[in-house]
Design a protein around this ligand. Structure first.
Ligand code: KIV
Length: 267
């Protein structure tokens, strides 16, 4: 059975944790879906992990659609959610509807995610939900605002904490089906969990969430800047490098080259 926003709401009632990861392409998506991951996010972190940018800001809507199409081709069960990239939704509701509409129509994904909870965005979420587009919220550390916030834990003073709590409540009231809580204290996560009834999915936000999400490249040891809260479950970077070296060794051996040694990585 395909996972839907309603499935997530039911699992929250049943106390069944939601397990989410990001994917950027068909191959990863197919493996993660086959492994039973419930929610696959085509996150705008792909700007860094797949495209080599230093922030999420350069990513375009066309970039996201290109990657999301590939991810959707690899998924049969998981709920696929696609990030609305920077400046594809912040201008006004009409821009957000056009961008989210393109994502749903062109990729086959079932939902979009956007960052923040300031008043004009709440209006936008209301409009998107009204016309039938499932929206996932995202508060706490919101990387599209990185030049204001830096990559550090958010909500560290009472005013900042109250703002994040208010955003979470406003997003719920506007109709988001689920909320990502990124890099906030477990104490604040606890306060949010006591005030809202929609499922929460945490990343560096403690264990009081209804589910957890990680960037798959962090989980697999690929990342150049590993977040402090992301456990490395496999060192694929080393595995791939070793396989490439073994292949080089074979090519040199098979070629019966007069070149006496395998070049080292610098040559
Ligand atoms: O872009 C992304 O990968 C995300 C996750 C960190 C939740 O938004």
């Amino acid at each position: 059975m395909a996972v839907t926003p309603r499935t997530l709401a039911r699992w929250k009632q049943e106390n069944r944790p939601i397990v989410a990861l990001t994917a950027t392409d068909y191959a990863f998506a197919r493996v993660l879906d086959g492994a039973g991951i419930d929610l696959i996010l085509v996150g705008d972190s792909l700007a860094m992990v797949a495209l080599g940018h230093t922030t999420t800001l350069p990513l375009t809507l066309d970039d996201m659609i290109h990657h999301a199409k590939a991810v959707c081709r690899g998924v049969t069960r998981a709920l696929v959610v696609v990030d609305l990239p920077f400046l594809s939704y912040q201008t006004d509701s009409a821009q957000a509807i056009a961008s989210a509409g393109r994502i749903l129509k062109e990729t086959g994904a079932a939902a979009v995610k956007l960052e923040g909870g300031y008043p004009r965005l709440i209006e936008t979420v209301t409009r998107l939900v009204e016309i039938g587009i499932p929206v996932m919220g995202h508060v706490g550390l919101t990387p599209q605002s990185i030049h204001q916030t830096g990559y550090r834990q958010q909500g560290q003073d009472p005013a900042a904490e109250a703002k994040i709590l208010a955003e979470a409540i406003a997003l719920q009231d506007a109709g988001v089906f689920c909320l990502v809580l990124e890099h906030i204290s477990s104490d604040l996560t606890h306060k949010i969990s006591q005030r809202i009834t929609i499922p929460t999915i945490g990343i560096g936000a403690g264990l009081q969430c209804d589910g957890q999400i990680l960037v798959t490249h962090d989980l697999l040891g690929f990342s150049e800047r590993q977040p402090p809260f992301a456990k490395v479950y496999a060192d694929l970077q080393a595995t791939i490098a070793a396989a490439a070296r073994e292949y080089m060794t074979d090519v040199f051996a098979d070629a019966k080259t007069s070149h006496p040694i395998l070049p080292d990585v610098e040559s």
